[in-house]
Ligand binder design. Structure first.
Ligand SMILES: [Mg+2]
Length: 217
């Protein structure tokens, strides 16, 4: 599936790629709506609809991924919610072995995530993610989410990589599209970002589930 001899840098998304999206789905689709419902004395469905409507209407900026933005909107401590659910943070199948194999093969493995630094810190604390990688970056340090074409030139100023010799693995097809437009040649999507939900079909990029499928030679 991958032309490993042509790849020397691997950029890795976090949520839904290295880390099971189950954590975020429980937080944003269950725990947060339940707290909004309790705070406003409304039903769970009404709370969900209120949150989802605001998510749909939110401009495609970093606010969507910003713990402080959603704390301000809901009046709830979203960072504390992350800590409450910390026990649900888990690697996706084979992720740790894959990172180790990429680095052992002499290639560079770099985390690049839209997650807010507070969300990243909770996941890091639970599963020691960034210590396992050569480097780790939050899009919040660059001012644009990865699905904005402006992200990639800003990121390239901090992390020197040759786009034609770089692989990006990300569960978000919109991100893979802007990465492709920026010149990143090797692109891979994820069929099952959340282990608790069915695999996705019809993705516009080659895709895998368990990291054992894509180990470096
Ligand atoms: Mg993701």
């Amino acid at each position: 599936m991958l032309a490993w001899p042509d790849i020397d840098t691997v950029l890795l998304d976090m949520d839904g790629t290295l880390i099971d999206l189950h954590f975020d789905n429980v937080l944003w689709n269950q725990r947060l709506p339940a707290r909004v419902a309790a705070a406003h004395d409304i039903g769970l469905d009404a709370a969900r609809e209120r949150l989802y409507a605001h998510m749909r209407d939110a401009p495609p900026t970093l606010d969507f991924y910003c713990v402080e933005y959603w704390s301000a909107y809901t009046g709830l401590d979203i960072a504390a919610l992350h800590e409450e659910l910390g026990g649900l943070v888990a690697y996706r199948g084979g992720a740790e072995a894959f990172i180790d194999a990429v680095r052992a093969s002499g290639r560079r493995a770099v985390l690049v995530t839209n997650a807010h630094p507070k969300s990243l810190a909770v996941k890091d604390h639970q599963v020691r993610l960034t210590a396992r990688l050569d480097a780790g970056f939050s899009a919040h340090d660059f001012g644009y989410p990865k699905e904005d074409v402006a992200f990639w030139p800003a990121f390239a100023k901090r992390e020197a990589y040759q786009p034609e010799r770089t692989l990006l693995i990300d569960d978000n097809a919109a991100v893979l599209h802007t990465a492709a437009a920026s010149g990143i040649r090797h692109l891979l999507c994820v069929t099952q970002p959340d282990s608790g939900r069915p695999p996705r079909g019809g993705l516009p990029f080659p895709a895998f589930n368990h990291f054992a499928e894509i180990m470096p030679d």
